[in-house]
Design a protein around this ligand. Structure first.
Ligand SMILES: O=C(O)CCC(=O)C(=O)O
Length: 294
């Protein structure tokens, strides 16, 4: 679905936009089927690895997957999907025709215990030379007020980059004592399975644990304008960087913009995923009782 001028103005003002039904029933079914198969394949897996981030209560005989990491690298269905114009057209309307995929994941909030994600800004993890950097979420289940919806602080993309450090190291979560944000103003990104949400990487966002009896799976892609270069360097070398230009062309001329930056160093004490990074934060906002790390 193309975005119109009113959509773009809404995004510029609030930092997020909801795009209805980018996956029809058949495609949604195929994606869900693939996710189910990947989760089942975690049977026999003992610890986090390059594909799985696991709930602390995971057991090899009773798989509990918290995140599937970079699915586009391992499963062709996701590589094809991320290049599909149904996904990239709305993104192009916001950041232009040349788009690079920076990263991706599937966050799985299982019914009853799916882990919360503490407030943070994605930009704090991967600042670039300009901030045409977006997070795209495809809802794989209906996301409502009760199953741990992702919540975004409207307009926060126009504000500062907050401190995401604890005890001198990056921890991937806002220091609650170093800002005066009123999180009661956060907007829940509720919607139907197959819908897509887009938010600016500078938007503060987070989500509660899932205490409902319905799982909440969110396929997330991080996309940048192709002339945005990561300030911390090319993680996997130039060829890989270039391979993930998913629309249009790359550029050897980084576009520089006057944007607030705070580098994610020293590295997080607990690496591997945001859930692990955030274990080092000092004061949590969300209720973690019964969730992943307990
Ligand atoms: O899945 C969620 O609710 C939060 C996702 C998120 O912010 C992240 O994984 O960085």
């Amino acid at each position: 679905m193309a975005l119109n001028e009113a959509d773009k103005e809404f995004f510029a003002e609030h930092g997020y936009i909801h795009v209805g039904e980018v996956l029809d029933g058949e495609r949604l079914g195929a994606v869900r089927g693939e996710v189910d198969a990947i989760v089942q394949a975690a049977r026999g897996v003992d610890d986090h690895n390059e594909i799985y981030d696991l709930e602390a209560s995971h057991r090899a005989e009773n798989p509990r997957v918290r995140r599937i990491k970079t699915p586009h690298l391992y499963f062709p269905l996701f590589e094809d999907l991320v290049r599909d114009p149904a996904i990239t057209d709305p993104v192009a309307a916001l950041i232009g025709e040349n788009i690079r995929l920076y990263g991706g994941k599937i966050n799985i909030k299982a019914a009853g215990y799916g882990a919360p994600v503490e407030w943070h800004q994605d930009w704090a993890f991967y600042p670039h030379t300009n901030d045409d950097v977006l997070t795209i979420g495809i809802l794989l289940d209906d996301m409502d007020a009760d199953n741990g919806p992702l919540c975004v602080m409207p307009g926060s993309h126009k504000g500062p980059i907050f401190d995401h450090h604890a005890d001198g190291a990056f921890c991937g979560a806002l220091d609650l004592d170093a800002n005066e944000l009123d999180f009661s103003q956060a907007a829940p990104m509720t919607g139907k399975a197959g819908d897509m949400l887009i938010f600016h990487s500078r938007c503060v966002h987070g989500s509660t644990a899932n205490r409902s009896n319905r799982q909440r799976r969110l396929l997330i892609w991080e996309m940048t304008a192709a002339d945005a270069w990561p300030l911390a360097g090319l993680r996997d070398g130039y060829d890989e960087f270039q391979r993930w230009v998913i629309r249009g062309t790359g550029s050897l001329v980084p576009r520089m913009a006057d944007v607030p930056v705070r580098m994610p160093y020293p590295l997080a004490v607990h690496g591997g995923s945001i859930y692990e990074n955030q274990r080092a934060m000092n004061r949590q906002y969300f209720d973690h009782v019964g969730a992943a790390r307990d």
